[in-house]
Write a protein that binds this ligand. Sequence first.
Ligand code: FES
Length: 136
Amino acid sequence: MTLSTIAPSTTWYPLGALDAIPPRSAKVVHLHGTPVAVFRSSDDTLFALEDRCPHKQGPLSQGIVHDSGVTCPLHGWVIRLDTGSAVAPDVGCTPRYPVRLNHGVVELGYPPLPALAEADTLPKLDDFPARGTVTA
Ligand code: FES
């Protein structure tokens, strides 16, 4: 996450010490009525995603956390922790929230981060005509 993706008006909410979230697990909090799962990876990187799988709203906080994602406990989709996107061939995205460690305290930010463009919505190279050709 780069600082430029965090809204300047972000409000930070302290959640407690990092140790309150064991590595490769998540803690759920409700932020403005939305369940948000704060994940801690094995290398202590923090991620925050809405606690709803993009498939059928499964609780991602109860999934298996691995290096770069979480496997949803309901049907096994893998959701990337850094983007909130489902790993292909599955398609979908769950909202991300800013999260940081500030002097040993985990802080969750609001509002959510801007949605990322999904790769499947971007045009493919084959969608463009070959250079030098004209189509009518
Ligand atoms: S609800 Fe998550 S994979 Fe189906």
